[in-house]
Design a protein around this ligand. Structure first.
Ligand SMILES: [Zn+2]
Length: 306
């Protein structure tokens, strides 16, 4: 496996990489890609550390990209599936009802969805797998995907109808995918805020902002409470998954093609909810490719004893 990290930095900072390392302009943003085993990854960690101490941020966003050899793919039992298409408005904004009284008071994981998922048809991307920006369990699949599952006898998932936000009772030609079985994630899996900050929480902080009042600027304070992502109850593991996923072998159900992690990853804020990691069998991944379904990102998932 070859692992790369892609970061997006402000164009004004491109000189930090430009003279040494190839980057690409995306308007006011500069995209830099580096292999995580390279000197540039260490260099980025160093820059991140300095700027972080000064209260500044190095990058706007980051993303890992992992590439596998044919042999690695052929020999692996399970893959992690992540949707590559996201859309809004999310389910809650369209009227989906959640019961937050059942969720963890620390991390907000585990709220129950009480109604069918309600969405606006026009906002759904042309893909066979997609997710709303709210994360959580708002993962949807196309009729083509459901047909493949039935034709090939794939197991481990059920499909719930999705209702239209415009016409009451009208069902869309998409389904919410729900796992029937859950597995435990091993402590070998790395979680954190970003590749250079493995913290499980962000402390409370007060931010100073300025607002224009007539000709003058008035200072005001915004208080951000402490946010806990790595929950002491063990239900939410962190804000982001940073490594490939490691699954505890004892928890893997026999013969299923699809399952999800019992623990969640992410945060609870506004409409955003922690999500379960999704996994499929090697056979299911191969079939998704054969059927030329779109909207899937695959990464190998490893099975370990603890
Ligand atoms: Zn919790």
């Amino acid at each position: 496996m070859r692992e790369f990290l892609e970061i997006r930095i402000g164009s004004t900072r491109k000189h930090l990489f430009y003279t040494f390392h190839k980057g690409r302009s995306l308007g006011s943003v500069w995209l830099v890609e580096m292999e995580t085993s390279s000197f540039w990854f260490k260099w980025t960690r160093f820059l991140y550390g300095i700027l972080h101490k000064l209260g500044d941020v190095l990058f706007y966003s980051w993303q890992y990209k992992r590439f596998y050899s044919k042999e690695e793919i052929r020999n692996n039992r399970f893959c992690q599936i992540t949707p590559s298409r996201f859309f809004e408005p999310d389910g809650e904004e369209c009227g989906t009802i959640y019961d937050d009284s059942t969720s963890c008071p620390i991390c907000g994981s585990g709220a129950k969805q009480l109604s069918p998922l309600i969405l606006k048809r026009y906002s759904i991307p042309r893909a066979d797998l997609a997710m709303t920006i709210a994360d959580g369990d708002e993962v949807i699949v196309s009729e083509r995907f459901v047909t493949m599952v039935k034709e090939q006898g794939l197991s481990g998932m059920t499909f719930l109808p999705i209702c239209s936000a415009f016409k009451e009772g009208h069902k869309l030609k998409y389904y919410q995918i729900c796992p029937v079985s859950y597995v435990d994630i091993s402590s070998k899996t790395v979680f954190g805020i970003n590749p250079f900050d493995l913290s499980g929480a962000t402390p409370a902080r007060t931010e100073t902002r300025w607002e224009k009042e007539g000709r003058k600027f008035k200072e005001y304070k915004v208080h951000h409470p402490e946010k806990i992502y790595k929950c002491p109850n063990g239900d939410n593991l962190g804000l982001n998954i940073l490594s490939e996923a490691y699954i505890k072998s004892s928890s893997i159900p026999d013969g299923l093609d699809f399952f999800a992690s019992r623990q969640t990853v992410g945060m609870r804020e506004g409409v955003i909810r922690p999500r379960h990691l999704l996994f499929c069998s090697n056979r299911m991944m191969q079939l998704i490719k054969e059927y030329k379904l779109i909207g899937f990102q695959f990464e190998l998932a490893h099975v370990v004893d603890e």
